[in-house]
Design a protein around this ligand. Sequence first.
Ligand code: AMP
Ligand code: ZN
Length: 153
Amino acid sequence: MTALPIVTGCCAILHEVQSKVKNFSRIFSSLPKGNPSKIISMDCIFCKIVSGEIPAQKLYEDESCIAFSDIHPQAPVHLLVIPRKHIASLAEARADDAVLLGQLVAAATKLAAQQNLAKGFRIVMNTGPDGGQTVDHLHLHLLGGRTMHWPPG
Ligand code: AMP
Ligand code: ZN
């Protein structure tokens, strides 16, 4: 009997998660389809970090992504979260990458909590030359530990 409110609560949470996933899928289904990205790019520095060929200070890894400290930190906390799979940039992401993109954001949010960024943080995905992207393997910057400025410049 006492389990009933818990079960009802779980159903409500499940329903909310399902509707969020549905919305998320709808948004990303508008991304271009086909032309799946290469799994690995031989001359990509981040692919080499994924394979272990180049060392990095890793703080997190799971089956789809890894996170490590940026070599030139722009804030007290400056981590990069990257997919294991080579995707050159956000502009190259495809509808099939929707879940992966969500996983990157979820990993960054988890890391922000681990890094005690309760006062806030910034997630940046520089895309293309005008976006300031210098490494052509999709990545998300997690910046925190200081007050960020706007516009970013
Ligand atoms: P972006 O300019 O947005 O493409 O970001 C690339 C980031 O990768 C820069 O902030 C660099 O400092 C960082 N970076 C480049 N090489 C390495 C490396 N070997 N280990 C860690 N971070 C790196
Ligand atoms: Zn790569």
